[in-house]
Write a protein that binds this ligand. Structure first.
Ligand SMILES: [Zn+2]
Length: 65
């Protein structure tokens, strides 16, 4: 069996089904069945950081522009 096309480090690449892709255009990561994700409307994001990025929220220092 040729496993070369599977990336290293994914949990159970043969079993985890890709359901969706992260709504953060800078990420676009695959979201697997059973993964804990952030839902935003009909979109899914990998985590809160991607969610914030997807809606254009960034961390700044208050008072600085
Ligand atoms: Zn993401």
């Amino acid at each position: 069996m040729n496993l070369d096309r599977f990336e290293v480090g994914r949990p159970d690449p043969q079993e985890a089904e890709v359901l969706e892709y992260c709504a953060n255009p800078n990420c676009g990561g695959e979201i697997y069945e059973g993964q804990s994700v952030v839902r935003y409307g009909s979109d899914l994001c990998c985590d809160m950081k991607c969610f914030a990025n997807a809606i254009g929220a960034v961390t700044i220092v208050a008072g600085e522009n």
